[in-house]
Structures are given as C-alpha cells and as structure tokens.
Write a protein that binds this ligand. Structure first.
Ligand SMILES: CC(=O)N[C@H]1[C@@H](OP(=O)(O)OP(=O)(O)OC[C@H]2O[C@@H](n3ccc(=O)[nH]c3=O)[C@H](O)[C@@H]2O)O[C@H](CO)[C@@H](O)[C@@H]1O
Ligand SMILES: C=C(OP(=O)(O)O)C(=O)O
Length: 423
C-alpha cells in the first residue's frame, strides 16, 4: 500500500489552487438521475469518491464521461436500466445514499443498500428515510436494503421537520421534492454552501426552490427537469486544510479560488490564534501574524459554525500553539482518531468523550503514523510538515477520497513530501 513521506522543511511560500468541492460534487452527480436531459459539471475534483459515484451511476445505466482530465463530468440519465444501488458499491462510500431521493422521485421506486457505519461514527440514515415518508413514500428495510415506493402518482409534497441538522438528509429530500406533487417545506434544513450549490444547479434544471442557504427551504414540485451545465463550488475543506499549511510551518501561501464567506467561523479562529487571512483578487493569502500561534478553543457545528471536517487539521495546528486549547466535536461521536497518532509525534492531547485538550509543544517529531479516515490523514501530513525529521503516513487511500494531487500542491509551495508506491 502507498505511503506518504513528509520531512519538516521550514516555511512554505507560493500559491495552491483549490479544487471543486468533493461534498458538492457527490450530491450534484446524483442530480443527473432526476432528468433525461444531460447534466454537465465543470470544476469537478479528481478524487476516488468521484470515481465511486461514477461507478454507482453507471451501474444504474447512466452515462458518465470524465473529460478534460476529469475536471468535466458529462452525464446523462436518459436511458436508466436499474433503480437498485448494490451493496458492493454503496459500502465504499456513504454518499451513495444520495441516489435514493432522485430515483424515488423520478421512477416511483428504488432499492438502495444501507451504507453502514464508518470510522468516525454510526451515521444512520433515519432522517433521510423520514423525509421520504413525509412525502408519502413507503419504506421497507429488508436484506440490508432500503426498499422505497412512492404512492401511485408519485411523491407528494410535505412538511419535513428535521430534529437536527443533516447535510445529506437535506440534499436527498431537496432532490426528491423537486419532482414531488405540490409544495415541500424543509425545516431545520442544512445551510452548507454545498446545499446552496445543489439548489442552484437544480434551479438551472428548472426546479422551483426558495430559501436555500437558510434553515427553511421551500420547493414547488415540477413535472420534469431539464439539462444544465454547472460549475462545482470551491472545496472549503480543501481550502481550510491548505490555509493551515503556512499557519503551522510559517511562510505565506495564497490559496487560489478561496473566499472568506465559505469559511468565516474558521477564519475567525485563525485570527484569534494569530494567523492573518487576507482576501486577494485571486483567493486568500495566509501567514502567521507574529511568531508562534496561540491556543484557541474550537467547537464543531453545522454551517455557518466551525466545520467538523476541519477539526483534525485544526488540532494539528494547535499541537504546536502556545497554551492549551479545548476542541469539542459535536457532529460525530468518534472523530478524534488522529489524536493518538499525533501523540506518537510528540503532541500532548487528552481525549475524554467528545472533548480533546491539546497543550502545544515547541516542536513535533516525525514518526510512522496511520491514517484512519480522510481528514485524519491530512492532519498527519500537516503535522509532519511542521515536525522535526521524517513522518511516514500509511493507509493514504483515505486521503485519495478527498485530496487531489496533494504531493504536487504541497511541494509546489516548498514542502518536502513524496508518495511511495507499495506492492
Ligand atoms: C458527502 C458529504 O457531504 N459528507 C459530509 C456530510 O456528511 P453527512 O451528510 O453524512 O452528515 P450529516 O450532516 O447527515 O450528519 C450529521 C450528524 O447527523 C447524524 N445523522 C445524519 C443523518 C441521519 O439520517 N441520521 C443521523 O443521526 C450523523 O450520524 C451525524 O452525527 O456532512 C458532514 C457534516 O458536516 C460532513 O462531515 C461530511 O463530510
Ligand atoms: C466525512 C467526510 O466525508 P464522507 O461524508 O463522504 O464520509 C469528509 O469529507 O470529511
């Protein structure tokens, strides 16, 4: 298996281009299932998760072509052959559940394997299913699959009251409601930029949606949706990750394509820690204000709060900050698996339930470490960039789910990083 070897090499300087968002692309792709006309996405990221979604859509009979080195995805669902998403594909990626809403809305029935838990938490899909029930669907869980059936005449508009915010359930319900009869109201909806991006794409396809970006989204169902071309929004998590590189190593890095509105809560924490973020015509320029960064407390929350997907990377920074920081993980029940690996590199971290206390050390030391999930893997790379000596990160297939060309992007700003291919 491949490994990434990082050697602490001092300050980083230069520019890093930020890709389109994995989490937007993974919900925009299933939107093709809502229409028999072509949907083309530009600014798509080149990631293994995108290839998995491609395989899933193709298994349903959709055409998906990756053009321009994978940055353009030309899709068409005019001739679907199946409404069943098989376990063998779904088990690889939880976002596979996002085909359920579109299939159910357009064809009146679908069978989708339950995705199962993952390293960061149990991650049930009950809120997705309750939303479909509120639109009149009958659901049956059998043989590890959700068997979903719309009423005769199709899904009906309904009131969906989410008990807490779920990004995926909001996306699934939003897509399904575009073709339901009548009006659907989603209350306590997620407000993430990826939801807004999905709504904008669906609007281009002819959907009637109001309130995206607020906690109440209203959808007036239409009979059919058409085709569209849509540019995937910037990946705010990749952006935040690379903003942390000069924060942890020193130097000045401009993240091309970044804007503060995508990451306001994160930028506030960087400011409090002593990291300057400046908006430029091309992106965000990041550098330390003085010498060492200072401790800050962080609590993860749904957007517009501090994103859980940047908690591990922020922890890597705080491992070298002056003072003690408290990180509270409020979204996933088991998202501190990077902590013991960072401790192997000399970090001082105490984890109790959903809270981690991090006391900064002067210098981390390189060590062999194991990536346990996507964001954990990149936090270890960030820590390795700031550590003395060599850090060898194993299980980097997690990284490939969410970061394209990570070696090229970081070595472009002066990092000493290489990927070695194992047998
Ligand atoms: C592909 C994608 O976009 N993934 C993102 C999405 O995941 P995802 O859409 O899976 O995350 P959710 O917002 O749904 O999850 C939030 C919380 O709700 C729980 N929950 C969710 C659905 C449900 O039916 N029942 C339930 O209990 C989850 O276990 C979790 O504890 O949002 C997360 C929270 O910002 C991010 O970390 C992920 O990167
Ligand atoms: C948790 C993540 O992704 P997913 O929901 O696809 O597992 C992530 O992007 O950090």
């Amino acid at each position: 298996m491949d490994q990434i070897i990082v050697t602490g090499n001092g300050p980083l300087n230069g520019q890093i281009p930020i890709a389109g968002a994995k989490n937007a692309c993974l919900t925009l792709m299933p939107a093709t299932l809502l229409s028999d006309e072509p949907l083309t996405l530009t600014n798509a990221p080149r990631l293994s998760d995108i290839r998995t979604m491609t395989t899933l859509l193709q298994s349903l009979g959709a055409e998906v072509q990756a053009l321009q080195d994978g940055q353009v995805l030309a899709m068409s669902s005019h001739d679907l052959t199946s409404t069943r998403a098989e376990y063998d594909i779904v088990r690889k990626m939880r976002a596979s559940i996002l085909v359920l809403g579109p299939l159910l809305a357009r064809f009146g029935h679908a069978e989708v394997s339950l995705p199962g838990g993952c390293a960061i938490g149990a991650r049930p899909v009950d809120l997705h299913l309750k939303a479909f029930e509120a639109m009149g669907a009958e659901l049956d869980l059998r043989d590890g699959y959700v068997h979903a059936k719309a009423p005769a005449g199709g899904l009906q508009g309904g009131i969906v009251e989410f008990p807490f915010v779920s990004v995926g359930a909001t996306e699934n319900a939003l897509m399904a409601a575009t073709l339901a009869k009548g009006t659907t109201v989603l209350r306590n909806a997620a407000r993430e930029p990826e939801i807004v991006d999905l709504a904008h794409c669906l609007q281009k396809m002819g959907a009637q949606i109001e309130g995206e970006g607020t906690s109440e989204i209203t959808i007036q169902g239409v009979d059919t949706l058409g085709g569209a071309t849509h540019r995937v929004v910037t990946d705010r998590i990749e952006l935040g990750t690379y903003m942390l590189a000069p924060a942890i190593c020193g130097g000045e890095v401009e993240c091309l394509g970044g804007t503060i509105d995508l990451l306001a809560a994160f930028c506030e924490k960087l400011d409090a820690a002593g990291v300057s973020v400046e908006e430029t015509p091309n992106g965000l320029k990041v550098s330390r204000k003085n010498g060492r960064v200072s401790a800050v407390d962080v609590t993860t929350e749904p957007f517009p709060g501090f994103p859980t997907d940047l908690q591990a990377q922020m922890m890597a920074l705080l491992c070298t900050a002056e003072g003690t920081s408290v990180l509270e993980e409020k979204i996933f029940e088991n998202r501190f698996m990077h902590a013991p690996e960072l401790v192997r590199m000399g970090a001082k971290i105490d984890v109790h339930g959903g809270t981690a206390r991090v006391t900064g050390v002067n210098r981390l030391r390189g060590a062999p470490v194991m990536a346990t999930d996507l964001r954990a893997s990149v936090s270890l790379i960030l820590a390795g960039l700031a550590a003395e000596g060599e850090t060898i990160v194993s299980r980097v297939y997690h990284l490939d789910r969410g970061y394209e060309h990570v070696v090229r992007k970081l070595s472009g700003v002066g990092a000493k990083i290489e990927r070695v291919t194992g047998q």
